[in-house]
Design a protein around this ligand. Sequence first.
Ligand SMILES: [Zn+2]
Length: 75
Amino acid sequence: MPVDKLYEKAKKLVESRRVESLGLGVYNVVGDHGTYTVAEDASGKLSCNCVGFLRKGQCSHIAAVIILTKMKKKT
Ligand SMILES: [Zn+2]
C-alpha cells in the first residue's frame, strides 16, 4: 500500500474514533478486518500484531496511533 493511501486510511480510523488508548503506550485499533493491538516499546518504537505489519513493517494502525499522538500533543 502506498504511504499516502496508508495515511488516508489511518486518518479515517482516527476520525471515526477507532483508535483507543489503553495507557502505557498500548492502543486498541479497530480495523476493517478485526481489532489490533499497537504497542510502544521502551525506545518509543511502535509495533502491531496485524499481518500487514508482520510482512512489511508498517500498517495503517500504527500510522493511526502516530496521528492520534500528534493530535494530542498539539492540544
Ligand atoms: Zn497493524
